[in-house]
Design a protein around this ligand. Structure first.
Ligand code: APR
Length: 233
């Protein structure tokens, strides 16, 4: 697989953080206090029940202190450090495990727990503690800070940069995602049309498995280090 691969795009989902102890969305533990996550990650839920939505993200943000990166995060960070070609890790995850493992060429397309966004002026600020509703934005003074999470129906971050990288990719790898949510689920198509090799590493077959040239089933902590060893050999 190594030959003529220079530009790599890697998409990660909740499955890469599962072995660190963070729940996935559509697994058996995918509910939160009886709420389907999809019912909490919406602009409507934020408008109608801000306290519930803020509490949901406060609890997930606080949970980050209890978990550490696993071998899959570590392997991708090692690839990032060593790879002399283009490399972009696009994560759907809002946890900070990729950066804590040392990844640098990283985009959080669905936002991140350790950030607060001002709904009035659009300023984002690092935030690692609880975020009560109506917290005040330092940039504009409005009491409009919200979790910096891309909700269903909102535009994911840095889509232009992601699209450019996908069209230039020689290899696209999808790790630990069910392929249930667009636009991330469509990345494999863009990469394929651009002539990239496509590889899926996932515990179970995903909704998009048929689009991949190769799909390996197994735990990320085993499959990802193995893939990185091959790429760096
Ligand atoms: N190793 C590899 N894959 C795993 C592991 C593991 N240890 N554990 C679970 N998986 C796989 C599951 O088989 C599943 O296909 O990870 C995938 C997790 O899927 P989801 O729970 O749907 O999470 P994800 O695909 O990241 O969800 C995408 O949906 O709710 C929204 O915005 C949210 O970013 C999220 C998006």
């Amino acid at each position: 697989m190594k030959q003529d691969i220079r530009n790599i795009v890697i998409l990660t989902g909740a499955g890469i953080s599962a072995e660190s102890g963070l729940a996935t969305f559509r697994g058996p533990e995918g509910l939160w206090e009886g709420h389907r996550v999809e019912d909490v990650c919406t602009p409507e839920a934020l408008a109608h029940n801000p306290a519930l939505v803020h509490r949901f993200y406060d609890e997930r943000r606080a949970r980050l202190a209890d978990v550490v990166p696993n071998a899959a995060h570590d392997a991708l960070a090692a690839l990032d450090r060593a790879w002399t070609g283009e490399l972009l890790i696009v994560t759907q995850n809002v946890d900070d495990l990729h950066e804590r493992a040392g990844a640098r060429r990283l985009i959080h397309m669905h936002g991140e727990l350790n950030s607060a966004l001002c709904a009035a002026c659009g300023n984002a600020v690092a935030w690692s503690v609880d975020l009560p509703p109506e917290s005040r934005c330092d940039a504009c003074g409005q009491p409009r800070l919200r979790p910096d999470i891309v909700f269903f129906g909102e535009m994911p971050y840095q889509m232009d940069r992601i699209d450019v990288a996908l069209r230039a990719a020689d290899l696209f790898v999808s790790i630990g995602t069910s392929g249930a949510v667009y636009p991330a689920a469509g990345f494999v198509q863009t990469a394929r049309h651009a002539g990239a090799r496509t590889l899926e590493l996932n515990l179970d077959p995903s909704a998009g498995s048929d689009y991949f040239e190769e799909s390996r089933l197994g735990a990320a902590s085993l499959l990802v280090p193995d893939m990185v060893r091959t790429l760096l050999a």
